[in-house]
Write a protein that binds this ligand. Sequence first.
Ligand SMILES: Nc1ncnc2c1ncn2[C@@H]1O[C@H](COP(=O)(O)OP(=O)(O)OP(=O)(O)O)[C@@H](O)[C@H]1O
Ligand SMILES: [Mg+2]
Length: 299
Amino acid sequence: MGNCGTREENAVVAAHAQLQQLHLLQHPVKNAVAERKHTRISSDMSDPSTPRKIEDAKNISIYNDVIDFTLFELETITKSFRADYVLGEGGFGTVYKGYIDENVRVGLKSLPVAVKVLNKDGHQGHREWLTEVRFLGQLRHPNLVKLIGYCCEDDHRLLVYEFMFRGSLENHLFRRTATPLPWATRMSIAFGAAKGLACLHNAERPIIYRDFKTSNILLDSDYTAKLSDFGLAKAGPEGDETHVSTRIMGTYGYAAPEYVMTGHLTARSDVYSFGVVLLELLTGRKSIDKSRPSREHSL
Ligand SMILES: Nc1ncnc2c1ncn2[C@@H]1O[C@H](COP(=O)(O)OP(=O)(O)OP(=O)(O)O)[C@@H](O)[C@H]1O
Ligand SMILES: [Mg+2]
C-alpha cells in the first residue's frame, strides 16, 4: 500500500465475452440528476483516447484482488437495491450500501462496501465504467478510494468500493444540518486530497483526474480524504506533448476555464479545481450557488 502507479498483471476482466454482446449507443446522454445538482460539462467532440470500443475491455489489466461480482451477489447485499440502502445519487448512477462476507462468496473478507449502479445510458455509462475499472483497479494509495470489485452482466454495469463512513466532503460542508468542520480537519482534508491528486499526476504515465470537487472527496471514519469517481480520468500527455485534446467533460464551477474553452487538458486543470475546493473549504461557500444574489453566484 502507499504506492501509486499502474502495474501490469495478467488478470483480465473475466466478463469481456459478455461485453462483446452489447449494443452501444453512439452519443453520450445527459443525465437529469447531474443537471439538478451540479451542471456537468460534456461536449460532443470525439475523444480518441477514451476507451470507445467494447473490445477495449479485453485489454484491461487489473490487480488480482479486484473481484468480479455477479449481479445476483450485489442484489443480495443491497436487498435488491432497496431505497433505504441508498447512500447517494450522482450524475452516473445511484450508490447503495452493502456488506460482503463469507455468506456472499466463500473466501470474502467481511467488509462494508458502497455499490454504484451505473445508469443504463448506453455508450456513456459503459465508458465511465470501463475508465473507472481501468484506472482505479490498478491504483492503490491511502488517499484514493479502493475499488473492491465490479460487475458486468448483460447491460448492467456496477462498481463496488470500500465504504467511506463519513460520506462526501460536500455533505459536511454544505448540508444544512452538518456540524461545521474544525479548521485543522479542513486543512488535513485539503492535504489528503492533494496527496491523492499528486499520486495520479506523478504516476509513471500521469493520470488527469478531471472531476475534482467536494462530492468526489470522500471521508473515512477518521476524516482521511480519499478521491473517488474515476469515470472521467484521462491518461496525461506523453513525451513532447503539452496537453491532451479531449472532449470537454467535468463540472461547471470546478473545470478550468482554459480547458473548457480549448479542450486542451493538462494536470494543471486538476490544480485549478483543487484551488476551487480549497476556496470552498476556507469560505464554506459553494463554487456556484444560485441561491445567492446574481453577482454572487460564482465564488
Ligand atoms: N465509497 C463510498 N462510501 C460512502 N458513500 C459513498 C461512496 N461513494 C459514493 N458515496 C455517496 O454517494 C453519493 C453519490 O456519489 P456519486 O459519485 O455517484 O455522485 P456525486 O459525486 O455526488 O455526483 P457526480 O455524479 O456529479 O460526481 C456521494 O456524494 C456520497 O455521499
Ligand atoms: Mg462522484
